[in-house]
Design a protein around this ligand. Structure first.
Ligand code: S3P
Length: 176
């Protein structure tokens, strides 16, 4: 049976906050891939995008996935774009049940408000259009990758954790 979980989903769906709580609840180790990328690069994600571009960032992201994807007993919060490279998804699937968080556009806009500087892809004048455009492009990738899909709209982090735990119990009883 798989012993790790990977949280995927669009920016602002709560992967980090929920992942940290979920790991504590399950007694697993929490890994935030963006943080691992920043540690390895010795700079922030906006600086990586600024200095070397998105393609370089994606290479670093793939390296971080490779490092953690096969490890046991982790809860891995992935960056929103992790599914863009199919190899990342395949690697995560080895040891992780993949949980995709989604949220309404309104919730996403609210959550990413104010941290324009932390999310280079949303550093544009019309964020709503950018979110819609990225979301449309990525939706099929999230859907294909997910073992479990969790809608977080209007639910707080502890509520989302409970929703995941209950979905996980059902999933595990069907995948013994
Ligand atoms: C990205 C999402 C970010 C981060 C980078 C790119 C994306 O992570 O990896 O800015 O392509 O959606 P979060 O989803 O944690 O914001």
């Amino acid at each position: 049976m798989k012993t790790s979980l990977a949280l995927i989903g669009f920016m602002g769906t709560g992967k980090t906050v929920v992942g940290r709580r979920l790991a504590a609840e399950l007694g697993k180790t929490f890994i935030e891939l963006d943080e691992e990328i920043e540690k390895a690069a010795g700079k922030t994600i906006p600086d990586i995008f600024h200095d070397s571009g998105e393609a370089s960032f994606r290479k670093m992201e793939a390296a971080a996935v490779k490092k953690y994807a096969g490890k046991k007993n982790l809860v891995i919060a992935c960056g929103g774009g992790v599914v863009l490279d199919e190899l990342n998804t395949l690697q995560l699937k080895q040891e992780c049940v993949i949980v995709c968080l989604s949220a309404s556009l309104q919730d996403i806009l609210k959550r990413v408000e104010g941290d324009k500087n932390n999310r280079p892809l949303l550093d544009v004048p019309d964020r709503e259009s950018r979110i819609k455009e990225l979301w449309e492009r990525r939706r099929p990738l999230y859907e294909n990758a997910a073992d479990l899909a969790i809608d977080t709209s209007g639910i707080d982090a502890p509520g989302v954790v409970q929703k995941i735990l209950s979905a996980l119990r059902k999933y595990e009883s069907n995948h013994q």
